[in-house]
Design a protein around this ligand. Sequence first.
Ligand SMILES: [Zn+2]
Length: 250
Amino acid sequence: MDDQEKSGAAPLEPMPEDWTRALAVVAHPDDLEYGCAAAVAGWTDGGREVTYVLATRGEAGIDGLGPDECGPLREREQRAGAAAVGVSTVDFLDHRDGVIEYGIGLRRDIAAAIRRHRPELVVTLNHRDTWGGTVWNTPDHVAVGRATLDAAGDAGNRWIFTELAAQGLEPWDGVRWVAVAGSDRPTHAVDAGPGLDRAVASLLAHRAYIEGLTDQDPEEYARSFLTSAAQALAPRFGGRPAVAFELFPR
Ligand SMILES: [Zn+2]
């Protein structure tokens, strides 16, 4: 048995709870709704502040709809999805959907968001090449996940991106963890039960996207996707349905 198989069977630790602000940074509208909305619902219930930052407006996400119409539609769906789990601030970085480039520009934009919102916890989506095995990830997720892990450090260094301080964004070295949702090697988890209904509502807010994806009834689709993902982790989290994260402490 190799290391990855061992970690695949190991119990998941509870996520840290001694924080007040989280910033979730992902590539597309719906990434957080597929990835960890039930955890976000639980956090905002507990009085914590969670802010969303999206690198794109998801304008390349629906085959039957051109980018000019699709971008604004998906932005509206994303704001509704965020509101369903208690998130009222959603920022867009306006990188181009499908062709996000990992690099200094992306790191700078994310570091600026971290300095602006000053989170202790940063959340992102799977930065690895695959979702596990041979299920290939998308280049946008890899770029944004990696840049977010990097930007947690960039945000705290006065001498990286000096132009940000000139814009009034002082260094923030207070990020204590970056939690990666959708990783094939999770280490920590949140009980998905209390937030699951709102997570379904949150994913269902992406109705136009889901209707473009499947002929299944959207509510059935959203509920069965999120329930089975959460149940699959239950054996590793004391029998409770879970949202899992790979946690990178800083
Ligand atoms: Zn995505």
